[in-house]
Design a protein around this ligand. Structure first.
Ligand SMILES: NC(=O)C1=CN([C@@H]2O[C@H](COP(=O)(O)OP(=O)(O)OC[C@H]3O[C@@H](n4cnc5c(N)ncnc54)[C@H](OP(=O)(O)O)[C@@H]3O)[C@@H](O)[C@H]2O)C=CC1
Ligand SMILES: Nc1nc2c(ncn2[C@@H]2O[C@H](COP(=O)(O)O)[C@@H](O)[C@H]2O)c(=O)[nH]1
Ligand SMILES: [K+]
Length: 503
């Protein structure tokens, strides 16, 4: 990366800078490879933050299916983390995980799990928790758009159509691995259902995918298309990859060992002030175990921090103090650093040591991801934006004007601290609660056009693919070199915004 025009004399954040186009030989945005090259199995440079309101097993699986990584948070117990890792590893790679409800459940029950948007559907089946979901148990597939138009106490069993839209992989023969053939088959089944509508067919927008009588997943047309656009992030056994976080207190090494044994693919050692002795101690203990996994550590914002953490065993640095949407650290302590410069300085130091940087926090638009990568990041961590999606851990809630949202809160907020230290006695808990550097409650609204984390991934990766071609780059390492960055005024930033209403 190089600066053009005025050279910076101050630390900068994403809004202070812009990318300058240059001559390009990249013929198509689809020719861009977004793989981060940071030693993780990710194929796109997006990581979901280790926040309780952001990453659970469902979001981690969906993100890995499209090539990103979700970091399960350190507030989950070791047993909960192991179950979550096992759940992710058991999910289909080429199909969506079915959201299964019983025929006795209602439209309202379903709409607490899936947003009202095209392609979002639930499978209605006679559920037996201990058994595989076989095709003969499936009663139907119901689209969320249909569920929104019926009485909310309607039973799902009364809404299903006469025929279950099912794609048997055997019917595709040798074309089962061809994304176009799979898309055409899904399209054909859904068209057929629409044509049969007057014979009591359902309204599904997705099909169940079966082989040998067992449901392997579901597919909408959009998800069939995505299969051709993304490469999943996989472990050596071809299962979806997942990252986990551990804190620096307690026996971090024992927890890391148990999580690695359970199949975790990346370990994140995380604390607010990553450049502290407690972190270096925990990192040394963990790296002594030689678990063979990339170790991410942070948070830091300086080259000194990079040197010390890499020396203690980290191969990826988690960079960012204060840019997070739920974060009050800068206002409480004045500590932090504008994120573009923090990433730029640490990425340069990391590169010299053969290490990498994850830019953590402060992403509000796809442009911020492109700028973080321009500054040298391998991947970019996103928290709050992903909290407002169907796949984040909380229930979908609806406000008084019928807008859907999820609750989000910071990991250093009073709410998080109370949860983390609930087992301590009242005196110790009160001492911990003295320090809060995060927001305890925030409503993150779902974007009605992009209610799924996959919709956000589509939006962000398409923006970043385009950034790469404007900078004449087909890969992340090329973009690191080719990106040309200029400084802009607040008016320059404002000019770049769309004006959806007249002025
Ligand atoms: N990226 C960011 O800007 C920030 C992120 N966070 C996130 O919040 C979560 C909770 O982290 P954390 O509060 O570190 O909790 P941890 O449970 O990881 O504990 C941190 C340990 O470090 C000690 N410590 C020393 N100095 C500090 C300091 N300035 N801030 C915090 N702890 C300090 C604490 O002791 P004692 O409690 O006695 O002081 C405690 O023993 C993490 O996910 C973290 O990433 C939090 C703040 C900023
Ligand atoms: N200072 C605090 N930082 C926090 C807290 N909870 C999370 N975080 C950090 O924010 C990023 C996510 O940023 P976002 O802008 O995408 O929401 C996350 O990964 C943490 O590093 C907090 O309570 N205080
Ligand atoms: K902030």
């Amino acid at each position: 990366m190089e600066f053009i025009g005025a050279q910076p004399t101050l630390d900068l954040t994403y809004s202070d800078v812009f990318l300058v186009p240059r001559r390009s030989a990249v013929q198509s945005r689809l020719a861009v490879d977004l793989a981060p090259h940071d030693g993780t199995p990710a194929t796109i440079p997006l990581v979901a933050s280790n926040m309780n309101s952001v990453t659970g097993p469902r979001l981690a699986a969906v993100l890995a299916r499209r090539g990103g990584l979700g970091v399960l948070p350190q507030d989950m117990s070791t047993d909960e983390l192991i179950s979550a890792i096992q759940w992710v590893k058991a999910q289909p790679v080429a199909f969506d995980s079915p959201i299964v409800l019983s025929p006795e459940q209602t439209a309202a029950d379903a709409l607490r799990l899936v947003p009202v948007a095209e392609g979002q559907s639930v499978v209605v089946a006679r559920v037996d928790r201990d058994a595989q979901l076989t095709q003969d148990r499936v009663l139907g597939v119901l689209a969320a758009t249909r569920l929104a138009s019926v009485p909310q106490d309607a039973k799902l069993g009364d809404l299903v159509g006469a025929k279950v839209p099912a794609l048997d992989l055997a019917s595709l023969g040798s074309q089962a691995g061809d994304p176009r053939a799979v898309f055409d088959a899904v399209h054909g089944l859904l068209e057929q259902e629409a044509a049969d509508a007057h014979h009591g067919a359902g309204h599904s927008e997705a099909v169940v995918v079966v082989s040998e009588g067992v449901v392997r997943g579901t597919l909408s047309k959009r998800s069939a298309l995505r299969t051709s656009l993304y490469r999943p992030a996989l472990d050596a056994s071809g299962r979806l990859a997942v990252a986990v976080a551990v804190g620096i207190n307690g026996d971090a090494a024992a927890k890391a060992r148990a999580l690695a044994a359970a199949g975790a693919d990346v370990l994140v050692v995380d604390t607010a002030h990553g450049h502290q002795e407690g972190m270096l101690r925990a990192l040394r203990e963990i790296s002594k175990l030689s678990l063979g996994l990339p170790i991410v550590a942070g948070n830091i914002v300086t080259a000194d921090g990079v040197h010390d953490l890499v020396d203690a065993g980290a191969s990826i640095l988690k960079v960012g103090v204060g840019p997070g949407a739920m974060c009050t650290t800068r206002m409480m302590t004045a500590v932090g650093r504008p994120q573009f410069s923090a990433v730029h300085e640490t990425a340069q130091a990391a590169r010299e040591l053969g290490a990498h940087v994850w830019a953590d926090g402060g992403v509000r638009y796809p442009r911020d991801v492109a700028l973080a990568i321009a500054a040298g990041a391998g991947s970019v961590m996103i928290g709050s934006w992903f909290a407002g999606t169907a796949e984040s851990p909380g229930e979908l809630l609806t406000d008084s004007s019928d807008k859907q949202y999820k609750e989000s809160w910071g990991m250093a907020s009073t709410k998080a601290v109370q949860g983390r230290f609930a087992q301590l006695d009242a005196y110790e808990r009160a001492r911990k609660e003295l320090f809060a550097e995060g927001i305890s409650s925030s409503k993150i609204y779902l974007d009605p056009q992009r209610p799924s984390v996959e919709d956000l991934i589509d939006m962000i990766t398409s923006g970043v693919r385009s950034s790469f071609t404007y900078a004449g780059s087909a890969t992340l390492p090329e973009f690191h070199v080719n990106a040309r960055v200029g400084l802009q005024s607040a008016a320059g930033y404002e000019e770049g915004k769309a004006l959806p209403v007249s002025w």
